[in-house]
Design a protein around this ligand. Structure first.
Ligand code: SF4
Ligand code: FES
Length: 257
């Protein structure tokens, strides 16, 4: 593997060529804030909060660290005055759009950001995590971006019901501002924002409705004839069974009767 020498926050380092600045920073425990980045998903570069300053061939510039691959010797400043100014401005604009929600609130407080442009109440920062996890990790593509400019938003096809959604909840889990919510109401799972409405299957042990039927079908189609029981037992019952199984063994490994 080819290596390249860099200076990051005054420290000289040899790193593998094409590694991103963010990954190097994370390995060195240098904190860079992110809103649209997740290690399992291709960097999307939407929020620009991870901006850092680099110096290359005697030229300084700002780049987003999550999707900037290091190709040659560069000098990186992750936290200088200019970088902080840019991050504060981005946070002010985000607050003007969505207000103090989730991770935006958390990071804005860390950076002592005042609401210079007002406090908005939109429900999306267009980070793309929900769209990209559905496409890249789940392989479903149930939601996408709709419209352009100030009307840009995340929605199911044609703004109607997310008919392809399998109800896995990955989008809700990753949404940095908590817009997408899962509500299980008896036999139905509703996923807000993306307009999904799914029938649930009962837990084989306690009978509680807990997993979308479409999710089980999807797993079956994807991984074939596997033992699906593990997907049909709710977390609580999995825990109970686990404890019972543990209790049936003595500490020396022999089985208790
Ligand atoms: S709904 Fe949430 S996860 Fe999806 S783009 Fe908007 S802020 Fe990001
Ligand atoms: S985390 Fe890098 S652009 Fe959003």
């Amino acid at each position: 593997m080819e290596n390249v020498e860099i200076i990051i926050d005054g420290v000289r380092k040899v790193v593998p060529k094409r590694i991103t600045i963010l990954k190097v920073a994370q390995e060195l425990k240098i904190e860079i804030p992110t809103l649209c980045y997740h290690p399992a998903i291709e960097p999307y570069g939407a929020c620009r909060l991870c901006t850092v300053e680099i110096e290359k061939n005697n030229r300084k510039m700002f780049v987003t660290s999550c999707n900037y691959p290091i190709e040659n010797e560069i000098k990186i400043e992750t936290n200088n005055e200019n970088v902080i100014k840019i991050r504060k401005l981005i946070l002010e604009l985000l607050i003007a759009k969505v207000g103090y929600k989730g991770k935006v609130k958390e990071i804005a407080e860390k950076y002592n950001v005042e609401p210079r442009f007002g406090v908005g109440d939109d429900d999306c920062i267009l980070c793309g995590l929900c769209v990209n996890v559905c496409k890249e990790i789940i392989g479903v593509n149930a939601i996408s971006f709709s419209s352009r400019g100030i009307n840009r938003d995340v929605s199911p096809p044609f703004g109607k019901e997310a008919v392809d959604c399998i109800g896995c909840g990955a989008c809700a889990f990753l949404c940095p501002i908590g817009t997408i919510k899962i509500e299980d109401l008896n036999e139905k799972r509703i996923i807000t924002k993306i307009n999904a409405n799914l029938e649930l299957e009962k837990c084989k042990i306690c009978g509680k409705y807990f997993v979308p039927k479409k999710f089980i079908e999807y797993i079956k189609n994807k991984i074939g004839n596997v033992e699906l029981d593990v997907f049909l037992i709710c977390d609580e019952c999995k825990g109970e069974n686990y404890i019972k199984r543990l209790a049936s063994f003595s500490l020396t490994g022999g089985k208790n009767e």
